[in-house]
Design a protein around this ligand. Structure first.
Ligand code: ADP
Length: 437
């Protein structure tokens, strides 16, 4: 009988070491099943593949991704730990990280690495848990109905968090109503003592009512009806200060990140911490350890120009969130460099038009970049009585030359757009040491 030891479960054929279980998965560019021989040479003890093989290590299964999921699910079941899961259209990674810092102050905590949030990354995250941990935080991403349900049945979280219902993936899901349904799947396996924590300022999530569910429901946000409410938001020296009321507390918090959306993300982490009775001083201490990731609300002062670089990604909700809270940390001329919000399909024109109108309330000068931002440009009103100005570019390099000519000492500049628009290139060009002026 073959009775193998398993050190680690890996799906990357380049990382196989002695006694690992290699799960061969067919990806976009490579088919893991082509590396069975390499896995045997590297002394993998078990190999899951959808191909037949006479090697004793190889177990043939129909679908290796499903096999990975059930291994992770069974593995997780042996641990009695607190499991938290986060989904939402934006703010997943930020919230996951804030939760991690808050929980790790009080419990030994494991978290999703980066954004390993799909049907492969999530099981791998689960398989990295071991006896030392008391809590685990999982990020869950999706692009279609049923995907979050699949991830939730692996994790069976005790606390599920939904940050917002946006319009990403609307091309596949057709309506925001469907996106709402898809995100709600995170609550499918919650039991009576478990909690669903949602953003009460979100137009869909605010409509949820506790009476309809067997689990507990907590809403957080700035609205009056939220159980955990933030108020008196101030941005001071790159940090946010705000007051939090509800769930038995009433105190000020400081967060080393700016923007109302980050306060909202922090509220969900505070709510989860309070449910598990983490003392508020520890919650505050944990939040102070949070570091915004690169390209997410990164602040840089260069030549006395203040840049707020949020060029990591954009969708209508995150764009609106960032534009709305811009004035709380701006000084001098209020300037934005806004790139297209991609993948919005038939909703794109209206979404960009709306951003154009919002931008004209908030900025003195906007550089619109990309074909879709032309619709925003057209809706940005430059009233003759004001000094408001607007520009539109298709090409980043041409934009860079013009922007360099126009910006000056004392300005505050926001950069925001979808990842594909590469606004980080513009950011680098503007903040490069060689820039004159
Ligand atoms: P995700 O993991 O869901 O892609 P991130 O945490 O990486 O989200 O944040 C990506 C961007 O989304 C941020 O730079 C910010 O602009 C925006 N964002 C973050 N949190 C929120 C929120 N609660 N509401 C709206 N936009 C948000």
């Amino acid at each position: 009988d073959y009775n193998p030891k398993i050190a680690n479960v890996v799906t990357d054929s380049r990382k196989i070491q002695e006694n690992d279980c290699y799960i061969a998965i067919k990806g976009e560019n490579f088919d893991g099943n082509d590396f069975i021989e390499q896995a045997i040479n590297n002394k993998a003890s078990v190999i899951l593949s959808n191909r037949q093989s006479s090697n004793k290590e190889v177990i043939t299964v129909e679908d290796t991704v499903i096999a990975l999921g059930s291994i992770a699910k069974n593995y997780l079941m042996q641990f009695d730990i607190k499991k938290l899961a986060v989904t939402g259209s934006s703010g997943k990674t930020t919230t996951k990280d804030m939760l991690y810092y808050v929980f790790n102050e009080h419990f030994s905590t494991h978290r999703t690495d980066g954004n390993y949030n799909n049907e492969i990354g999530l099981p791998l995250t689960a398989l990295n848990i071991d006896k030392g941990y008391e809590a685990a935080i999982f990020e869950m991403g999706m692009s279609a109905l049923g995907e979050i349900d699949y991830l939730a049945q692996i994790v069976r979280p005790n606390i599920a968090i939904i940050t917002n219902i946006g319009s990403c993936h609307i091309e596949i899901l057709k309506s925001q109503e469907n996106i709402f349904k898809a995100k709600m799947e995170i609550s499918n396996y919650l039991n009576n003592d478990d909690y669903l924590i949602v953003n009460g300022d979100d137009k869909y999530l605010t409509s949820l009512s506790e009476n309809e569910y067997k689990f507990n429901l907590i809403k957080y946000g700035f609205g009056e009806e939220c159980q955990l409410r933030a108020s008196d938001y101030k941005a001071v020296d790159g940090q946010s200060e705000f007051w939090v009321t509800g769930m038995g507390i009433n105190r000020r918090f400081t967060l080393p990140a700016i923007g109302l959306h980050n306060v909202s993300n922090a509220l969900s982490a505070i709510a989860a911490g309070l449910i598990y009775k983490i003392p508020t001083e520890k919650i505050q201490a944990g939040l102070m350890k949070f570091q915004p990731s690169k390209l997410r609300m990164q602040i840089l002062e260069k030549n006395n120009i203040k840049y707020i670089n949020d060029s990591y990604n954009a969708n209508p909700e995150s764009m609106e969130a960032v534009i709305t809270s811009f004035e709380s940390y701006a000084r001098g001329r209020k300037i934005a460099i806004l790139g297209d919000m991609l993948e919005l399909g038939e909703f794109s024109v209206a979404a960009h038009e709306r951003i154009g109108r919002l931008a004209s309330e908030k900025f003195d000068l906007v550089f619109f970049i990309g074909s879709q931002m032309k619709h925003a440009f057209d809706n940005f009103s430059t009233d003759e009585n004001t000094d408001k100005r607007k520009y539109h570019f298709i090409d980043n390099n041409i934009a860079i030359e013009e922007i360099k000519r126009i910006i000056k000492y004392g300005d505050t500049i926001l950069l925001k757009g979808s990842r594909g628009m590469k606004l980080d290139e513009i950011f680098s060009a503007l903040t490069d040491d060689n820039m004159e002026g």
